[in-house]
Design a protein around this ligand. Structure first.
Ligand code: AMP
Ligand code: ZN
Length: 479
């Protein structure tokens, strides 16, 4: 096994990963702002952190991983007030949709899901600590953080602080580097909007104090890993450091890991460009959860992932190839024997797989290790050179692979059905069916019965029944 290296945004370098407590990793992930359905960009980041947590577990670490649901946010408060409902009522639909989306993409649940609305007391306490240490000042009922007092301000995002005017403030939670200012820890109530009565006055927390307070409450004052998308490095994470370290005088986070943003067909995803997709948008077009997970995971997290429908189609084929290979191992009978060469080949593949993931989660390298092996093993099988004695080792390697990538189980149809998509939406068109039937015939001619069975099952899942006739042709009908 290889030493695990990760890129730490704080140092700007790839570093050896060693948690503070042997074998136990404390990790915090900024969760979704639950004012809408999450989009595939969000899930690029959530799949990245899922690959990270699964790999750490595979390598024997125990995890205490916390993910928050940002359910206190300017947009949520305004939208809930406009809809005339409470915050919890307003956000519940999106919270449940997010949980469903995570399950559909096989994103594991962290050890703790937490909500900002359940942790207001901790936020107030943290603000009081900062008040005592004179990092704050009040203005018109709000409380601001004085960034010039924190000498390390900017160390994560490396912003240039020259020219910052003392006392210039910003009330929005999201702003650009160029407008680095004193930011709001606590916001005065606005007419008609929800607020909390607290010892520091009526109002609501800013977004940044939410994560500092919750991360430290659940994970302690110094945590091992904090993840998020790259857009969160400034101001959100910079402000989390300023708040937490000013209060505790201890390092807040040891490794900061940020995922690059996903683009769609080379452009920033945005509703106005018409290239904005939720998971459900893609499922409604007939794409499978496993293919989307594969597509999101296949590009290493620090590379910009350019999402395209071609890419998604390729991901679909890649998952199929792996499932076909797993089915071959399970269903075919190979000649007896246990050649050392195949055992060595498998252990090389497993070693390359581990090397890839250990190298700052290089998923592309890890996948190459798997696909190179699958190609060679398929060729050996076709030539009758793959022997029964190698099956177990190959299956073990697939199982190890799937602890991280989680795409092998053939459960897309059930998952889609649970979300209300699937076989009843008209099903595949005639041309698509003819193509699959022809693919199945070709598999049968190659005597690749695992593949032909899989195609029969796929068609059956989509409501198509096949009848093999005596003359060797195939008839199909819709159920
Ligand atoms: P939000 O719900 O806006 O707080 O975002 C949830 C997570 O998704 C954060 O970690 C963001 O950095 C991340 N995120 C937002 N847009 C993208 C994108 N286009 N690509 C990758 N991650 C993103
Ligand atoms: Zn956060």
């Amino acid at each position: 096994m290889h030493e695990i290296q990760v890129h730490n945004t704080l140092s700007g370098k790839v570093e050896l990963f060693v948690p503070l407590k042997k074998n136990l990793v404390h990790m915090y992930t900024c969760g979704p702002t639950v004012y809408d359905f999450a989009h595939i960009g969000n899930f690029r980041t959530f799949v990245f952190q899922d690959i990270l947590r699964r790999f750490l577990k595979l390598r024997g670490f125990h995890l205490t991983h916390v993910m928050n649901l940002t359910d206190v946010d300017d947009r949520i408060i305004a939208n809930a007030a406009a809809a005339g409902v409470g915050i919890r009522t307003y956000t519940e639909k999106y919270v449940q949709a997010f949980f469903q989306d995570c399950a559909t993409l096989s994103v594991e649940s962290p050890e703790h899901w937490i909500r900002a609305t359940d942790n207001i007391d901790s936020m107030v306490e943290l603000i009081q600590r900062l008040q005592k240490k004179t990092y704050t000042y009040d203005s018109e009922g709000s409380i601001y953080y004085r960034i010039t007092k924190f000498k390390d301000y900017g160390k994560l995002s490396k912003i240039d602080l020259t020219g910052i005017q003392a006392g210039a403030r910003v009330d929005n939670d999201r702003y650009e580097k160029e407008s680095a200012r004193d930011f709001a820890l606590w916001k005065a109530p606005k007419a008609g909007e929800h607020f909390w009565e607290t010892p520091i006055g009526p109002g609501r927390p800013g977004w940044h104090i939410e994560c500092s307070a919750m991360a430290m409450k659940y994970l302690g004052e110094t945590i091992d890993i904090h993840t998020g998308g790259i857009d969160l490095a400034f101001p959100h994470h910079e402000n989390e450091i300023a708040q937490s370290e000013a209060a505790t005088d201890k390092p807040f986070v040891r490794y900061w890991l940020h995922a690059e943003h996903l683009l769609v067909e080379g452009e920033k995803m945005s509703k106005s460009l018409g290239n904005f997709f939720t998971l459900r948008d893609l499922f409604a077009k007939g794409y499978k959860p496993s293919a989307l997970r594969f597509a999101l995971a296949s590009v290493p997290y620090r590379r910009q992932l350019n999402f395209t429908f071609d890419g998604l189609q390729q991901a679909t084929s890649s998952v199929e190839r792996l499932r076909n290979f797993a089915a071959r191992l399970k269903n075919e009978r190979f000649p007896a024997g246990k050649p050392a060469s195949m055992a060595e080949r498998i252990s090389k593949a497993a070693n390359d797989f581990d090397a890839g993931l250990s190298d700052d989660l290089n998923t592309a390298q890890a996948l190459a290790a798997m696909f190179d092996f699958v190609r060679e093993a398929n060729i050996a099988m076709d030539k009758g050179e793959f022997q029964q004695g190698a099956v177990k080792a190959a299956q073990d390697f697939l199982a190890t692979f799937d602890k991280v990538f989680a795409v092998l189980e053939d459960n897309d149809a059930e998952k889609l059905k649970a979300l209300g998509y699937g076989v009843d939406d008209g099903g595949p068109d005639d041309a698509a069916i003819e193509k699959l039937v022809a693919d199945r015939q070709a598999s049968r001619q190659r005597r690749d019965f695992a593949a032909s069975d899989r195609i029969r099952k796929e068609l059956s899942d989509r409501g198509i029944i096949l009848e093999d006739t005596k003359d060797g042709s195939v008839r199909w009908k819709r159920r």
